[in-house]
Every structure is written in C-alpha cells, then in structure tokens.
Write a protein that binds this ligand. Structure first.
Ligand code: PXP
Length: 256
C-alpha cells in the first residue's frame, strides 16, 4: 500500500493571504521524510490552491513521484504533458464545488471522448494515467475501454456514510469495485475523505495499492504542530528585549 499525500490544503492556507507561506514545496519534503511514497497536487482551473509555480518546483524537488490531478481540459492537460509527472489522475471539476464531488461521469459519449483525448495526449507524453471514478461496474468497464493504467476509486460516499450499515454497504461496494478493477487489469487506487478514523478498512482491501489522503493529514498537522509553533513565538517574544539591544546584524532566530 502506497501513501500519496495530497498537499493542496497547505497551499489553501497560503492563498488565504496570497503570501509565500506555508510553501507546499517545503511541505512535500516533510511529507516525504515522514514516509509518503508520492505527492499529490490538484492544479485546479481556478488555481484556488496549487499554482503553476508549485508544480514546476515540485517536479524538480520531489524525490518520490508526483501525482498530478487535473480536469480533462486542454489547457491543464497541456501543462501536465509539459511537466511530465509520474502520474496524472483525471478528475471532474466544477468551479462552485468546495472539493471534488463524485467520480468522472463516463456514461455519455461526449465525456468519454473528451477524457479519451486527454488520456491519449498524456500517454503519448509517457505519463501513467489514472481515472477518478465511483466504484461501480459501468465506470470501471469504461476505464478499461479507455486503456488507462489505473483507477482511483472515490471513497467519498464511504467516508460520509453515517450508520454502521451504510458504512458496511459502501465498504462492500468499494471491495467489489476494487476486485473488478483488478480483474480488468487496472491498478486500483482509492481516495477522498479518508481519515485517521476511517482509513483502516479501506487500506485492508488487498486489491487497493495506493491511497491519496490530503485534508485529514493537513488538519492533523495543524493540530499536532500548533503547540510547538506557539511555544516558538512565545520564546521569540521573551527574548525580544535582549535581542534588540544586542549589537550587530539582527538575524531571524528560528532558521526559517
Ligand atoms: N483523490 C482525489 C481524486 C481528490 O480530488 C482528492 C481531493 O483533492 C483526494 C483524493 C484527497 O481527498 P481528501 O483531501 O479528502 O483526503
């Protein structure tokens, strides 16, 4: 099981102030040191979090692999082809949505044709392609027909199921989807809404080889890191009177 860490929300915090911190490129290094086997970023058409600059830098600094999520739209697919990440995951995208809602709808000929064009372009650039879909037979058959290397099963409905019964039903649905995916020769990934509380049953499905997790990890990082961050600022304030009196050039004390 490979853990791909989605660092979009590090950039979300940065974009809340349109400043230069926290830098998702630095976060990617820390995620790798923590054991991430890959870094996932979603270059959304409205650039609400990850920016083109982030992708450019990640492509030269990541020691693992970059999994780039994009919509099947010509402008971002072109950027993906130029950047040449290890993997591109095609996702549906709506401007009004808070986060990706549901998998790609591959039931109509127009979307299939559009996604197919993007898949071909990416594969011609030697990029492994994964499609983010709901864990249903029709969607998985459509992925097989598009000759992609992998699928990412949308775990959102599992994550938001509120009763034990519906959770168990969604887990069974994911397991069936994962099994069918493997039977069709597809590598099976999973993601969306996975947390420290709900990940174990999904990670225990033997057909799933990769999970993409973002929000829960970044949320936990804020909490487990906050105490240290406050302590460092408090120390800076305590030391300020002595520091301003000290002769010589003032250097920031914390090594940012
Ligand atoms: N997989 C895909 C295709 C996604 O779009 C997202 C959210 O950007 C994730 C996984 C990660 O979801 P979460 O942030 O809920 O862990």
């Amino acid at each position: 099981m490979r853990l791909y860490v989605n660092i979009d929300h590090v950039a979300t915090i940065r974009e809340a102030r349109r400043t230069d911190e926290p830098d998702p490129v630095r976060a990617a290094v820390l995620a790798e040191l923590g054991g991430a086997q890959g870094i996932t970023v979603h270059l959304r058409e409205d650039r609400r979090h990850i920016q083109d600059r982030d992708l450019r830098l990640l492509m030269t600094t990541c020691r693992s692999g970059v999994n780039l999520e994009v919509a099947a739209e010509p402008d971002v697919v072109r950027i993906a082809c130029d950047a040449r990440p290890m993997q591109v995951t095609l996702v549906p995208e709506r401007r009004q949505e808070v986060t990706t809602e549901g998998g790609l709808d591959l039931s109509g000929p127009e979307t299939v044709e559009k996604v197919g064009r993007a898949v071909k372009q990416l594969q011609e650039a030697s990029i492994r392609v994964s499609l983010f879909v709901d864990p249903d037979a029709a969607a998985l058959e459509a992925c097989r027909a598009l000759e992609v290397e992998a699928v990412e099963l949308h775990t959102g409905e599992y994550a938001t199921a509120t009763t034990d019964r519906s959770k168990a039903q969604q887990l069974t649905r994911l397991h069936r989807g994962a099994r069918l995916g493997r039977e069709l020769g597809l590598a099976v990934h999973a993601g969306h809404g996975l947390t420290y509380e709900n990940v174990t049953p999904v990670a225990g499905l033997p057909e799933i080889e990769e999970v993409n997790i973002g929000h829960s990890i970044v949320s936990r990082a804020v909490l487990v890191g906050l105490e240290r961050a406050v302590r460092e600022m408090a120390q800076l304030l305590r030391e300020a009177p002595a520091r301003v009196k000290a002769p010589g050039r003032w250097v920031p004390p914390l090594g940012y």
